[in-house]
Design a protein around this ligand. Structure first.
Ligand SMILES: Nc1nc2c(c(=O)[nH]1)N[C@H]1C(S)=C(S)[C@@H](COP(=O)(O)O)O[C@H]1N2
Ligand SMILES: [Mo]
Length: 292
């Protein structure tokens, strides 16, 4: 084969791939097209060092810089995950099997903590939707409840009642099924660091960071809205929805601005953390101030 044939063939193959990709996009929901756009978020990534040394993980400590050290004592193999409640096909699976079953992709998302700082994190993971489809939610399922690990022998922050343990979070089923909602298994092309919630954590990019629960051990589909750890600890400050919203202040501070870790000047916080086009429909007709 001569050089020009090779060129022709590679152009041909390229075209074939392009057409195949275009066809598969046409065949999927517009929501998924928007996810692709989100995946290529054109913002500078926060450094790996900052992502792994400035953490919130109360099971270990309320000191952000201490978590990178304290979390290394956590044993993460084996790690069983239970998925049950209002589902037709409950599942108990080791996380290593889960990683085999679902192919990981890259999702670059901003993470906005309710405290007023943010980072841009290149996650690896898969859509929660894929896992939920596998267990087949029943018609009664309206919410998804997530539990974190309770193991005070290794999670020394659990020896104090700073929160009710285990850490519990929840989503409405349609939020959980949204294509932007992922289970993260890695970041920066490496397995998920322990301080970031290894081996499996939720990431919901349009909500405040506390919804993105780390070290998940069980997922339960429910008919009733679950009460989360933060709702229990301070119901007037932390609601169930926790959508990023610059116009709804926290009772003790404004949410209009945020510090991107690594920068000096504050940025304006964006509605739904920049994902308004993709998620606003979920809350049509809802009072976002009352449902904070
Ligand atoms: N289990 C558990 N998950 C958690 C937390 C926690 O204390 N325990 N903190 C939350 C908060 S407040 C934030 S801002 C993010 C921080 O994630 P990161 O440390 O990976 O940046 O994790 C969230 N998930
Ligand atoms: Mo947070």
């Amino acid at each position: 084969m001569n050089g020009s044939d090779i060129t022709k063939e590679s152009i041909y193959l390229h075209r074939r791939k392009f057409i195949a990709a275009a066809v598969s996009l046409l065949g999927t929901s517009s929501a998924f097209n928007k996810v692709l756009a989100a995946n290529t978020l054109d913002e500078q990534l926060t450094s790996l060092h900052d992502i792994t040394h400035y953490n919130n993980y109360y099971e270990f400590s309320t000191n952000k810089e201490a978590i990178a050290i304290l979390a290394q004592d956590l044993a993460i193999t084996p790690w069983e995950i239970t998925i049950g409640g209002e589902v037709e096909k409950p599942l108990v699976i080791d996380v290593s099997q889960l990683l085999n079953d679902f192919q990981s992709k890259r999702f670059v998302y901003p993470l906005r903590c309710v405290e007023g700082w943010s980072m841009v994190i290149p996650w690896q993971g898969f859509q929660l939707q894929q896992l939920l489809e596998k267990v087949k939610p029943t018609a009664n399922a309206k919410y998804v409840k997530f539990n974190s690990l309770f193991r005070p022998s290794e999670m020394i922050g659990q020896r104090r009642n700073v929160l009710e343990w285990p850490y519990v979070e929840g989503l409405r089923l349609d939020e959980a099924m949204h294509p932007l909602t992922i289970l993260a298994t890695g970041l920066y092309d490496k397995p998920l660091p322990k301080q970031n919630g290894a081996p499996l954590r939720l990431v919901v990019p349009w909500k405040y960071g506390f919804k993105s629960i780390k070290a998940i051990t069980s997922i339960e589909l429910t008919a009733e809205m679950p009460t989360t750890s933060w709702m229990k600890s301070s119901p007037s400050e932390y609601g169930f929805y926790a959508n990023v919203n610059p116009t709804v202040a926290h009772p003790r501070w404004s949410q209009r601005r945020e510090v991107r870790i690594g920068e000096l000047k504050k940025r304006k916080t964006k509605m739904f953390n920049g994902f308004e086009n993709q998620v606003a429909d979920l809350y049509k007709g809802m009072d976002l101030e009352a449902n904070f």
